[in-house]
Design a binder for this molecule. Structure first.
Ligand code: SF4
Length: 218
């Protein structure tokens, strides 16, 4: 994979969505491991001098310090990404974050747009596959929605494939939820390998362990 030249940019914009940021490692249907790495902010505003929609990766520390909400206006600098396939956000390595205008968190029904939880909570809850059509549509502003950078072990230890996939960390009874199509997991010289949803059950198995309350779902 060819690295891209990086540059530091300035941006300013209004937050449209805040979601956990993650990477996923897949190996056939034997393993689907999720690793939470921070949060993605989705904004509309100006980046690199252009008016546009864009996304920015921030750390857990930055989120906790700035207490971002949908509707906040923020300004900062960040870097373009080194590997396009390994990072969904357009920019990362954010510094000098400044909130210009604060909005109030609201709404305790789907899509859930209240305060985000720490990464330990997302980790314990686990996630299930979410239709990419819903991720782009009704689920987009939800704090439980997630776009993951996925690495597929294609020829074990020798070569990998990369893509982005959508997941949901939200309540199992969310009325908006749909899994979408089963997902093919390619492997060299093999065909017909699909993640049909049963791996989701494994990923959710520790959700209701210590620390869980029904209020957490909102
Ligand atoms: S399906 Fe998941 S991401 Fe969509 S609104 Fe419900 S909890 Fe949020």
């Amino acid at each position: 994979m060819e690295p891209q030249a990086q540059e530091q940019i300035e941006f300013q914009g209004m937050i449209r969505s805040i979601q956990p940021r993650s990477t996923v490692w897949r190996y056939k249907t034997d393993n689907r491991t999720h690793r939470l790495t921070g949060y993605n902010l989705f904004l509309t505003g100006t980046a690199k001098g252009e008016q546009r929609d864009f996304s920015v990766a921030v750390s857990e520390k930055q989120l906790q310090k700035c207490q971002f909400h949908i509707g906040d206006m923020i300004r900062s600098s960040a870097w373009t990404k080194r590997y396009a396939n390994l990072e969904y956000a357009d920019f990362y390595r954010v510094s000098k974050l400044k909130k210009l205008q604060a909005a109030e968190p609201v709404r305790t029904q789907a899509p859930f747009t209240g305060n985000l939880y720490d990464l330990a909570t997302y980790r314990r809850r686990g996630c299930r596959m979410l239709s990419d059509r819903l991720w782009k549509g009704k689920c987009f502003p939800c704090k439980w929605a997630n776009m993951a950078a996925v690495t597929i072990e294609f020829n074990f230890g020798k070569s990998q494939k990369h893509r982005f996939e959508t997941f949901c960390y939200g309540p199992e009874d969310c009325p908006l939820y749909a899994m979408g199509r089963k997902r093919g997991v390619p492997y060299i010289h093999e065909s017909g390998i699909f993640d049909e949803g049963w791996i989701d059950d494994i990923c959710l198995q520790y959700r209701y362990d210590g620390g869980y309350t029904e209020e957490e779902d909102e």
